[in-house]
Design a protein around this ligand. Structure first.
Ligand SMILES: NC(=O)c1ccc[n+]([C@@H]2O[C@H](COP(=O)([O-])OP(=O)(O)OC[C@H]3O[C@@H](n4cnc5c(N)ncnc54)[C@H](O)[C@@H]3O)[C@@H](O)[C@H]2O)c1
Length: 379
């Protein structure tokens, strides 16, 4: 595979994970980073040894750069994505792809016209534990999946993120912020969603920031912070999804799938590793071997001390390889737009108290080949 030269727009918290991921890769060179605040770009360039810290405009005019990663806040995604496409470059955006489904559809149309690709986070579904779970389903080990539960519960982001505003306005909330991990993984496991029902609410209308440097500042909550949804899949499976930032403590597992021949527990789709467990026809739980899948080893220590596998950026790497090999990429614009429609439908279903039929569908992304690391994309 030919190495690719990329640029990054948005130099906040998550850019560190991408810049570390790019440094680990033999195929990705980050030529420049940009931000609306030039000092943020300068700081990341210095920290990660990137040659150029520049403005978004200069980055987009650079003919060496073929793919741009958009790591800005959700409300800015659509504008920045559009500018990347208008510059004739492929775009890979953090989730949600845009703050609204309509913006995402517009982006796909613009990209198709311009002949460039759209890719979107999350790429965690390409991680070892999720691919091992998928393999078990594809091999028929739990039979046809009929039901399940996906659960992401916590108490918000204002206690750790330095600028948590974007989490509590349009484009934020646990459904659009965490939902992409869960729904994208469900779609790769089960296929597309057909219709959605939900109840939603705001638990705390005002939040107090406790993280530095803005501790004590109040935030008005403008988006639902608890949703209990039913996702009905084209395959016939129905999954109960609960997403909340109003919960202090719980004991529910992130992800359980029930098939006619067994059950599967899938680890937290926020990360790439963890051990999936399977029970076939009532047998004891057995761990699935994730070491035969790439991207399984822990490589990041979280704030709470947990060691996790975090390989964010492999979705972009797969997209770059797919461009060179003229094949579809896995973390595609179609997938992230379908997921965004599902997430938006949860909000609509909650507000309008009705089932919402989806208008989009998508292919299940291809399984990631067995292997050790990024060479699986280069083959
Ligand atoms: N923080 C995380 O742990 C995390 C994890 C996964 C995904 N994400 C996603 O990554 C994205 C960024 O999150 P973050 O936590 O890094 O946010 P952040 O607020 O820390 O950083 C965003 C950066 O984008 C810049 N920016 C905003 N609008 C811009 C524009 N129009 N042009 C250029 N620069 C602009 C800001 O100046 C800021 O430096 C979000 O979509 C978020 O959902 C974040």
């Amino acid at each position: 595979m030919q190495p690719i030269t990329i640029g990054i727009i948005g130099c906040g918290v998550i850019s560190d994970v991408y810049l570390k991921g790019a440094r680990r890769s033999d195929y990705i060179n980050v030529k420049s980073v940009a931000d609306m605040h030039s000092e943020a770009a300068a700081a990341k360039a210095a920290e990660h040894g990137v040659i150029a810290a520049t403005s978004p405009e200069v980055l987009l005019a650079d003919p060496d750069i073929s793919i741009v990663i958009n790591l800005t806040v959700p409300l800015a995604h659509a504008t920045v994505n559009r500018a990347i496409v208008a510059a004739g470059k492929h775009v890979y955006a953090e989730k949600p792809l845009c703050a609204s489904f309509a913006e995402a559809q517009e982006l796909l149309a613009l990209a198709a016209k311009a002949g460039v690709r759209v890719g979107g986070a999350p790429d965690t579904f390409m991680g070892a534990s999720h691919q091992a779970g998928r393999r078990a389903i594809d091999e028929g080990r739990i039979g046809k999946v009929i039901a399940g539960a996906a659960t992401v519960l916590g108490h918000g982001m204002e206690h750790w993120h330095p600028n948590p505003d974007f989490f509590f306005i349009k484009g934020g909330g646990p459904v659009l912020d965490f939902g992409p991990y869960y729904v994208t993984d469900l779609v790769q496991l089960l296929g597309p969603v057909d219709r959605v029902a939900a109840e939603t609410t705001i638990g705390n209308p005002v939040r107090t920031i406790t993280s530095q440097p803005r501790a004590g500042e109040k935030l008005k909550v403008e988006i639902e912070t608890t949703a209990t949804a039913l996702l009905s899949f084209v395959s016939g499976a129905t999954i109960a999804l609960t997403a909340s930032w109003d919960v202090w403590k719980n004991k529910r597992l992130p992800f359980e799938l029930y098939g006619v021949d067994g059950s599967l527990l899938v680890p937290d789709p926020n990360f790439f590793g963890g051990t999936p467990e399977i029970s076939e026809k009532g047998a004891d739980w057995a761990a699935l071997d994730i070491t035969v899948h790439p991207f399984h080893a822990a490589n990041r220590t979280l704030r709470d001390g947990r060691e996790v596998a975090d390989y964010r950026i492999i979705g972009l790497l797969d997209m770059a390889a797919a461009i060179q090999q003229n094949r579809p990429h896995r973390a595609s614009g179609q997938l992230s737009t379908h997921v965004l429609e599902v997430l938006e439908a949860i909000g609509t279903a909650g507000t309008e108290k009705r089932w919402v039929d989806l208008t989009t569908t998508c292919e299940r992304p291809a399984a990631v080949p067995l292997g050790a690391g990024e060479e699986v994309f280069a083959a």
